[in-house]
Design a protein around this ligand. Structure first.
Ligand SMILES: Nc1ncnc2c1ncn2[C@@H]1O[C@H](COP(=O)(O)OP(=O)(O)O)[C@@H](O)[C@H]1O
Ligand SMILES: [Mg+2]
Length: 656
């Protein structure tokens, strides 16, 4: 390097030399030894440089859009010359520009020529811009963007130039060589504030602000000066930068802890929810999941959670249980009005069971029945009796029947209507005390296998159990309530109302509601659904179906770029939006996490032997082997309708 520099010094060519002599010895340290000027490049000292002026910009930019240039791995100087235009001049120029564009369009129309989409877009933008300038919402700037790339040799420079041009093209920037003005191009990128090229474009405030080097596509850190690991959980990596996306729903600035996740089926909603759930468990957050699709069983068993599989044989939730909580130190507590509240809740339960509002006489009979039921097992207004075993629906039924025999017609009627849930086909859910106490760090309520007739009541009992946990003031800790495929729940009236109440009240109980749903139109088209979305401080949009995108665009005020991103997002990619912050991310799991959270049937088939859901054994009975073909089993063994099975019975058809 030094030898080369010396030879250069020896054969100084008559080139422009910055005023190194005059500026004295110190300045000379910064000036090059020699400068030779080519049409498209310069040799500065022993370096080869080429400069570009950016003449074309994308129509729409996102925050930090210059970042790929600023973080270019080679040596690249980026200079941005900004000159404000005063509003009066701006308005006049815009007017002139509009007149030009409009007259061009008229001319096109008069001569029956085809519309030029570029001109159409430019006209639209110009109108938009002029109205914003007129309202004082934005200002205009003349902006020149110049790039100078450095390389050690001519060959390397050619490579760098090609790389830079393709990078610029990928950003939809049109970078042009400053041909025959290479020296001016270079000087324009030196930190001297001289723009000798003068190839400027008009920018408005927001586009310019988005180019600012310190705006980044990352979410702002809670405390930029701290080097501590970010709080919250990892959602994935940032699609627009090299950063990671951490988000803390229980963070300080959050006005509530709720989140909604909207995306079409297969977009990766459940995957993301399960990842968040796992990572929140690490932070000691207690979680309850309402799982209408029965997807969380493997996860629950892996982390030692409680799995309440409603609809499976012998799984019961007794609505008569009083809300008694066991504190970590073993003491049991209950709200003061526990018995009264339970009685009120039982009215709702019975109304759902018998399918409709109760009449006044029935209500009165039921009220007496409920009181007698608790009394029969020794539970009274005295709180010391509350730890005794709860009655069941059968006790209530018997009480009503007894009252009926004593002449109370309404009680007799109610007893008859409750009969199927006590003796008949639907008794499975109520036939005894609660089997699994829904307690622990993770409780999953699976509703998929509930028969349709029991869905409304099963849902009600589940939500009651969840609400009891969340509203328990005895143990204060952050909690999450996850409702996956929420549209299934919102179909039930009690479900929709629960979500609404939960969304509104959860913050007071230090709880966050997570609602994931694919049926965007249904949720946004319904008042309760809208309220749930509006009450979520964290909103996550994954890939959207094209039918839903218009509504989503409007509700979340998406830009055209964001809209396009959501239409074409990969699995697991989405936008996290919180207040004014938006970030595009891709969810990502470690192999262990992936194993626990995937719902891909092909992968699950491979795991079957080591996954312990116990599901298959419970819901299917063994009918014996298919190939010991006794008469009765022959059908099960796949005989055809003629009863022929096995080679011995075959009829030869081609003997002729
Ligand atoms: N970030 C991701 N990385 C790898 N696989 C993913 C990711 N997100 C989703 N998947 C897979 O895509 C499929 C659909 O995801 P899922 O979360 O069940 O969709 P949704 O709940 O939105 O219908 C599943 O097989 C899941 O394992
Ligand atoms: Mg899902």
């Amino acid at each position: 390097m030094t030898t080369r520099a010396r030879t250069r010094r020896g054969q100084r060519r008559p080139t422009t030399r910055p005023a190194a002599h005059r500026a004295g010895h110190r300045a000379a340290a910064f000036t090059p030894d020699a400068l030779s000027v080519g049409a498209r490049h310069l040799e500065v000292g022993n370096e080869w440089v080429a400069s570009f002026a950016v003449t074309g910009f994308p129509r729409e930019v996102h925050p930090g859009w210059l970042a790929p240039l600023l973080t270019y791995p080679g040596r690249l100087d980026v200079a941005l010359h900004v000159e404000p235009i005063d509003p009066a001049t701006a308005a006049a120029r815009l007017k002139k520009q509009l007149a030009k564009l409009e007259s061009g369009r008229r001319h096109t129309a008069e001569h029956g020529r085809l519309y030029d989409p570029q001109v159409e877009a430019a006209t639209e933008d110009a109108y938009d811009l002029s109205s914003r300038v007129a309202r004082g919402e934005g200002k205009l700037f003349r902006v020149g963007l110049y790039l100078t790339i450095h390389a050690p040799s001519e060959r390397a420079l050619a490579d760098e130039v090609a790389a830079l041009r393709s990078l610029a093209a990928s950003l939809l920037l049109d970078a042009k060589h400053t041909t025959y003005r290479s020296l001016q191009g270079w000087v324009s990128t030196l930190p001297m504030g001289l723009d000798l090229i003068g190839m400027r474009r008009t920018f408005d405030t927001s586009a310019l602000a988005a180019a600012f080097p310190f705006t980044s596509p990352d979410l702002p850190a809670a405390d930029p000066t701290s080097v501590a690991a970010p709080s919250g959980v990892l959602y994935g990596y940032n699609v627009g930068s090299q950063g990671l996306v951490h988000w803390d729903r229980f963070g300080e600035g959050m006005h509530n802890h709720n989140s909604v996740i909207l995306g079409r089926s297969g977009a990766g909603k459940s995957y993301l929810v399960k990842l968040e759930l796992l990572r929140s468990l690490y932070r000691g957050i207690e979680i309850a999941v309402v799982d209408p699709e029965d997807e969380y069983a493997r996860l629950a068993s892996a982390v030692g959670g409680t799995y309440v599989h409603l609809g499976a044989a012998g799984v019961r939730l007794n609505p008569f249980d009083l809300p008694i909580h066991t504190r970590p130190d073993g003491r049991r507590t209950a709200p003061k009005d526990a018995l009264i509240r339970r009685s009120l809740f039982l009215h709702t339960v019975i109304a759902v069971l018998v399918g409709g509002e109760l009449e006044a006489a029935e209500r009165a009979a039921l009220d007496r029945g409920i009181a007698a039921t608790y009394q029969q097992v020794g539970i009274t207004a005295d709180a010391r009796t509350w730890t005794r075993p709860s009655p069941t629906l059968r006790t209530l039924h018997d009480q009503l029947a007894t009252a009926g025999q004593a002449g109370d017609r309404a009680a007799a009627e109610l007893a008859a209507r409750l009969h199927p849930y006590v003796e008949g086909a639907f008794k499975q859910l109520f036939d005894g005390p609660t089997t699994t106490q829904p307690e622990g760090h993770l409780v999953v309520f699976s509703l998929r296998d509930l028969p349709d007739e029991l869905k409304p009541i099963g849902t009600l009992l589940t939500l009651d159990a969840v609400w009891r946990r969340v509203s328990n003031p005895a143990i204060r800790r952050p909690r999450l309530v996850v409702v996956d495929e929420a549209w299934l729940l919102m179909k039930e009236k009690s479900g929709a109302e629960f979500l609404f109440r939960m969304a509104k009240a959860s913050r007071k109980h230090w709880a966050g509601l997570t609602v994931a749903t694919q049926d965007t139109a249904d949720v946004l088209g319904n008042d309760l659904g809208k309220a749930v979305v509006a009450n979520a401080a964290t909103q996550i949009l994954l890939r959207q179906a094209s039918q839903a995108i218009d509504e989503i665009t409007q509700t979340f005020d998406l830009s055209a770029g964001e809209r396009q991103f959501l239409l074409s997002a990969d699995r697991g990619q989405g936008l996290l939006s919180a207040g004014t912050q938006r970030v595009a991310f891709q969810s990502i799991a470690s192999p262990t996490e992936h194993h626990l959270v995937t719902s891909n049937p092909a992968e699950l088939a491979g795991y079957e032997d080591n996954a312990d859901t116990g599901d298959t054994e419970q819901s299917y009975v063994d009918l014996g082997w298919a190939d010991d073909t006794t008469d009765e089993q022959a059908y099960a063994a796949g005989t055809d309708e003629f009863g022929s099975a096995g080679p011995d019975d075959d009829i030869e058809l081609d003997a002729a």
